[in-house]
Write a protein that binds this ligand. Structure first.
Ligand SMILES: *Cc1c(COP(=O)(O)O)cnc(C)c1O
Length: 419
């Protein structure tokens, strides 16, 4: 869907001047939209023990993360670098969750040192960790849960989490090693727009947590229902009614835990920042080759989702009012045929020099970027609540592209060592 009316109303009046002054391409994010979305989430859980940890991987720009931390958000990290980023921003013990997969002992040690709430993705990870963290949590595999939820892939083929039938043993094992505090994690949907299905997925985790806690004889400090709430990428999609979602999750918690009130944690990424970002490009090429092609000055390296998994991102030309609509392919410059932002998309006769916006790039956008073909990643700008546009990451340059290459390679294995 087009970005929110509020963001459009803030961005459109300054877009012409901004592009004239700064050039394209760039992503621009709306600080007010991000903070307001976060606040609406916490408001929906007001008075209840709840915390949202922003999934760093969705938009790992330190300035956006700092903004969220200042609002009271925690951060969800999945790698040592993300932990370092969070620590560098002053995230203290308890401000981060560490929900990783295929994790080494060294990574767990770092997570322990930073005071993260750790989720174990399998039982062997628990074996490898000594001492145990103060609170032990396992991620339950999507297997058998919320079967109706789309996009998490084949539950049987998942690499994530502990299978349901091994979960009680996993907690027993932790208990036998002296663990006294426990949590549970489950993320069983992705980009889910149907609020009932999303609530059902969370409810499954809450109910499973209660059953396991009873079976093993432990109390749960928290239930982390993960991320995975969707955003309306397509015109006509409706946003998730977060209040209704929160009410359903709290009702499930009250029913499943009549005597205790474990905290509800979430790790949304896309829902918080996705709709509050736009990729701003310029049309640099128009041609017909059986298909009508619109070439822009950004590539899949700035936004991988459409080319990678056919994801829909809305495209608009803010200054092309009144032109006749016809279908076009919107393409970048990579030597890959999948480098297309849109296929057969009705657009108002794009012309060279037009500004073209790709919407909803606030999550899993630049973060998934790469530098194939030497098409380097563009800048990130932030529209502040005060109305300034600030550069929060410059565009990459040739020097960045070769920064990891030494002028004179030194031997890592001298010939003498293997002669
Ligand atoms: C990717 C991921 C998230 C965030 O997903 P969104 O779709 O951006 O909400 C949260 N938790 C875990 C474990 C993830 O892998």
């Amino acid at each position: 869907m087009p970005i929110s009316d509020a963001f459009a109303a803030r961005l459109e009046p300054l877009l012409g001047d901004l592009v004239a002054a700064y050039g394209t391409p760039f992503h621009v994010y709306d600080a007010a939209g991000i903070a307001d979305t976060y606040r609406a989430m916490t408001d929906a859980f007001a008075g209840e023990p709840f915390r949202q940890y922003f999934a760093v991987k969705a938009l790992p720009n330190p300035h956006v993360l700092a903004l969220l931390l200042a609002e009271g958000s925690g951060l969800d990290c999945a790698s040592p670098v993300e932990l370092e980023l969070a620590a560098g921003l002053g995230a203290g013990p308890g401000d981060t969750v560490f929900t990783s997969n295929n994790t080494t002992r060294a990574e767990f040690e770092l997570a322990l040192k930073t005071g993260s709430l750790i989720t174990f993705d399998d039982r062997t990870a628990l074996d490898r960790t000594d001492p145990l963290p103060e609170t032990v949590a396992f991620r339950v595999s999507p297997h058998g849960l919320a079967a109706g939820s789309r996009l998490m892939g084949d539950a049987q083929a998942t690499k994530f989490g502990v299978p349901v039938d091994q979960l009680a043993d996993a907690y027993r094992q932790a208990k036998a090693r002296g663990a006294r505090r426990f949590g549970i994690h489950g993320m069983t949907c992705a980009n889910e727009l149907d609020v009932d299905r999303a609530a059902r997925a969370a409810t499954d985790v809450v109910e499973l947590g209660a059953r396991i806690a009873e079976e093993v004889g432990i109390e749960l400090d928290y239930v982390n229902v993960g991320g995975g709430l969707g955003i309306p990428y397509r015109p006509g999609d409706r946003p998730v009614d977060f209040r209704r979602y929160a009410e359903a999750v709290l009702a499930a918690r009250r029913a499943a835990f009549p005597r205790s009130a474990p905290r509800i944690l979430m790790e949304c990424g896309r829902y918080v920042t996705g709709p509050h970002g736009v990729l701003v490009t310029t049309v640099v090429n128009r041609c017909g080759k059986g298909r009508e092609i619109v070439g822009v000055d950004a590539s899949m390296s700035a936004l991988m989702r459409p080319g990678f998994y056919g994801a829909y991102h809305h495209v608009t030309l803010p200054f092309a009012h009144g032109r006749a609509q016809a279908p076009y392919d919107v393409v970048g410059s990579l030597c890959e045929n999948m480098d297309k932002f849109a296929i057969d998309r009705p657009l108002p006769d794009p012309r060279e020099g037009d500004i073209l916006l790709v919407h909803d790039t606030g999550a899993h956008g630049l973060a998934m970027g790469f530098t194939y073909n030497g098409r380097l990643r563009p800048a990130e700008l932030l529209l502040t609540r005060e109305g300034d546009v600030v550069e929060i990451r410059r565009a990459e340059t040739y020097d960045d592209y070769v920064a990891t290459v030494p002028d004179r390679p030194g031997p890592v294995l001298p010939a003498a060592r293997h002669a």
